[in-house]
Design a protein around this ligand. Sequence first.
Ligand SMILES: Nc1ncnc2c1ncn2[C@@H]1O[C@H](COP(=O)(O)OP(=O)(O)OP(=O)(O)O)[C@@H](O)[C@H]1O
Ligand SMILES: [Mg+2]
Length: 278
Amino acid sequence: MTTIQATVEVQDLRKSFFDESRGEVRAVDGVSFSCRPGEVFGLLGANGAGKTTTLRVLSTVLRPTGGTASVMGHDVLAQPEAVRKNLGFYSASTALYPRLTGRETLEFFARINSYPPERVAGRVEALIDRFGIREYAGARVEKLSTGMKQKVSIARTIAHDPPVLIFDEPTVGLDVLNALEMAKMIRELGGEGKTILYSSHIMSEVEKLCDRIGIIHRGQLLALGTLESLREATGQHYLEDIFIHYVTRTEGSEGVGIGAMGELQEASPAGERPRGAR
Ligand SMILES: Nc1ncnc2c1ncn2[C@@H]1O[C@H](COP(=O)(O)OP(=O)(O)OP(=O)(O)O)[C@@H](O)[C@H]1O
Ligand SMILES: [Mg+2]
């Protein structure tokens, strides 16, 4: 048996789209990183930075234009089925089948992702207990509240017990308590040895949750490291300031600022520090 050092390996990854109005859009433009078991790796970037595109390539939904990406040693192009078996993908916009019950949803996703058939029933009941959803596991998903659906969705993501989990902006649309619960769940999964790839534009979440952070901007990874190492490299304490440090460097005199909600916006006048930034 070969030992796998990196659970996720991305090398000079590129993905371009051709858009009628914009021409070639280099959504991912030469991104490289790798992840280890038990690590929560955060991709931090503004709207349109290339987070979702990177994660979609890893999940085999999109074909890369260049470079390579692999999950548990399986290449996304050469062995897409093996990649999917080893990976769970969660995003707030991933739809559930409204007419299935929670229990049926978990069974379905365990099966299509090649979980051993004889163990599916036991796995599903264990997930129902773990996520505290027994009370409504028999109800159609369409009748559940957002928070309940979210639990079914996370359980669905890990139904086949994959070693690598991708969470693409998982807290979008959640209230504070549910967002905290989501963060707790992610940390627990990391503690169990899962590799977590997590994307967000919310500084405080990334700061608290991630073992290592990659700052992505216009399809490129501008910095990569632990919060501590990024602090040392920039002389800034807060992730927000670290982020601005890297992004403004590449923006030149245009300048960008961070709004109250953490979105990037053009700063005016050029390069001015936004009010309210720590
Ligand atoms: N199918 C597509 N066709 C054309 N352009 C696309 C397509 N998908 C993404 N893009 C473009 O690629 C760039 C990166 O988009 P992506 O969705 O990866 O960003 P993101 O970092 O996930 O942003 P957000 O925080 O808004 O989710 C954007 O300019 C986007 O418009
Ligand atoms: Mg996105």
